[in-house]
Design a protein around this ligand. Structure first.
Ligand code: FUB
Length: 369
């Protein structure tokens, strides 16, 4: 991920502070947000943050035990200056949130995992995800190790809210960022991962880590997200990670130069009517785009945009079905007045066309007066 401010949009708008009430069930949840930011007379868009006492981003939503659980990044102001490596995304812990209904009260279950409790990790706990198997809950998270290299760790708990106990080492063979774990209808679990630029995917082109960025040529196929089947123990890879192939409708790979469509970060997979949907952020063009395919491994054929750019540089989402409706969870920087590293989770309904394609959502649309 990248850090340049999304200046045009930032200049256009400042936020509203109109969130759903958020209750805490632990005592360690002091608010990170000291001053409400409400400097405009009209809403920046028709959707408002659903968590307003912490900055939260990269929301991974799952239904566990009949409730909707959210596993987001926990943004805060660490004072680290902005750079092209994403150093100011310096997150140090995760909170878990739950709700009984979309639009209803949200419970903050407090700190579920801290970087100081992860022996191998040093900093930058970026976008996490969670999965359940046989009554055990697993939290998957990227972090930089003591050499500044991103890997993916796993922690477990006996309930979806944690606290989670981390494994002492990252998952063997893991690298880069943004793990997203998909449970297929046959009971198999797959992890999708990867992110370019600050997410370091381009440093693994040879299969080994290199301190140098190596990008394919502009007229070559773009770097791909990775997919790997998880072992039965949910804490290791069952195979070597493979490329997630993303093709255009003629069957050709999406190329490096195709910034509007190529994969950048924030992979997510869901299944609807027996079709697999691979969605992701296009990074410097700020869309959540998607492809459809017949297998969790792909290939996926590019279809279009699910979510247009939001306020802030990053765009990151998850898609979940809950009580018969489909929802898109995402984030923007409205609550912080456009600060790209201080984001807030939002949610909106996602709908399908008859052919299975997804209606494009523009969360920047202004509310009716
Ligand atoms: O939250 C840190 C990073 O920002 C995530 O890992 C990326 O997907 C982007 O949202």
């Amino acid at each position: 991920m990248h850090l340049r401010s999304f200046t045009a949009l930032t200049a256009m708008m400042l936020p509203v502070l109109l969130g759903t009430a958020c209750s805490n069930d632990t005592s360690d949840n002091t608010s990170d947000i000291q001053e409400p930011v409400n400097e405009t007379e009209e809403p920046a868009d028709s959707l408002t943050p659903i968590i307003t006492d912490l900055y939260t981003a990269d929301p991974s939503a799952h239904v566990f035990e009949g409730k909707l659980y959210l596993y987001p990044s926990h943004d805060y102001e660490s004072g680290i200056p902005e750079d092209d490596l994403g150093s100011h995304f310096d997150m140090k812990d995760y909170h878990v949130f739950s709700m009984d209904s979309v639009g209803g009260e949200i419970t903050d279950h407090g700190v579920a995992l801290s970087v100081e409790d992860v022996p191998w990790a040093e900093r930058q706990m970026w976008a996490p995800d969670a999965a359940e198997k046989d009554g055990t809950y697993y939290l998957y998270f990227p972090a930089k190790d003591k050499e500044g290299i991103f890997h993916i760790g796993v922690a477990s708990a006996d309930n979806p809210a944690g606290p989670f106990t981390p494994r002492p080492e990252p998952i063997e063979g893991s690298y880069s960022i943004d793990p997203a774990v998909f449970k297929d209808t046959d009971g198999s679990y797959y992890m999708y991962f990867g992110g370019i630029w600050g997410g370091q995917l381009q440093r693994w082109s040879s299969g080994e880590y290199s301190g140098e960025d190596t990008y394919p040529a502009e007229d070559a196929p773009a770097l791909s997200a990775k997919i790997v089947k998880l072992s039965d123990d949910m804490t290791s890879f069952a195979e070597a990670p493979r490329d997630v192939d993303l093709l255009d409708k003629a069957g050709n790979p999406i190329m490096v130069s195709d910034n509007d469509r190529r994969f950048f970060e924030a992979a997510w997979v869901h299944k609807y009517n027996d079709t697999y949907y691979f969605s992701y952020s296009t990074g410097d063009t700020h869309n959540i785009a998607y492809g459809m395919g017949d297998s969790p491994y792909g290939p996926f054929t590019y279809q279009g945009v699910i979510l247009k750019p939001v306020l802030g540089w990053t765009n990151h989402h998850s898609i979940v079905e809950y009580n018969g409706k489909w929802y898109l969870f995402f984030h923007d920087s409205s609550l912080s007045g456009g600060q790209t590293h201080l984001r807030s989770v939002k949610v909106t309904e996602l709908t399908y066309n008859e052919d299975g394609t997804i209606h494009t959502i523009d969360a920047m649309v202004k509310a009716e007066p």
